[in-house]
Write a protein that binds this ligand. Structure first.
Ligand code: 5GP
Length: 190
């Protein structure tokens, strides 16, 4: 997606060979026009498969997932990382390592919001090693819902997450694929 790549080049800060900071548009401050365009693109890519839910994990996945769900006209469900007192019923809980925080956290979804007849589009901001996506996929599998595919804004193609999920026969669409961050330079894969 050319607009996303352009914005990444304008505001992206290379923190290390492994980490790209997009706090100006995605991860702290949010660019609503860009996020809206991302939502439209995911809706265009996955709309034909008729999702009934868009699933992400808090917090940075939420704006993109919201924009996508809005375009598709379906609810957004975001997995929580902390259990609020209101979340008392049946939960699907999965333990996942957090790439940027360097810790292991639980992610959880109340079973009332993910049913066996749901057709789920999974959406997230970044994919690195794929732990967050795999945790969400395990939750979808446990619910009995159908996973239609995975929409990722920024795939770091030099890390294994995207390819490991594609190898399982799951459709993964990334709007910007980064081949390398070496030497402080952002190089796209295509
Ligand atoms: P994974 O679970 O695929 O290893 O990492 C994905 C999660 O870690 C994403 O939800 C994202 O929030 C965060 N993440 C991974 N790599 C980066 C990065 O280079 N920059 C930022 N800002 N977040 C990242």
């Amino acid at each position: 997606m050319e607009l996303l790549k352009k914005r990444i080049l304008e505001v992206g800060a290379v923190v290390s060979d492994q980490i790209l900071k997009l706090d100006a548009i995605l991860n702290h401050q949010v660019d609503p026009q860009l996020i809206k365009a991302i939502g439209q693109e995911f809706a265009r890519l996955f709309g034909e498969s008729k999702p009934t839910k868009v699933l992400t994990v808090e917090s940075s996945g939420i704006p993109i997932a919201y924009a996508t769900a809005y375009e598709l006209g379906v609810p957004l469900v975001f997995a929580r990382r902390k259990k609020p007192v209101t979340m008392v019923d049946d939960l699907y809980v999965e333990r996942v390592p957090s790439f940027t925080k360097g810790i292991v956290t639980d992610i959880m979804v109340a079973s009332e919001f993910l049913k066996a007849d749901d057709r789920v589009l999974l959406v997230d901001d970044f994919i690195a090693n794929g732990d967050a996506a795999r945790g969400l996929i395990r939750i979808i599998e446990r619910s009995g819902a159908e996973l239609l595919g995975v929409g990722i804004a920024v795939e770091k193609a030099f890390q294994a997450g995207g390819s490991s999920i594609r190898e399982r026969g799951i459709r993964v669409e990334s709007l910007a694929r980064i081949a390398s961050l070496e030497g402080g330079r952002i190089t796209f894969a295509d």
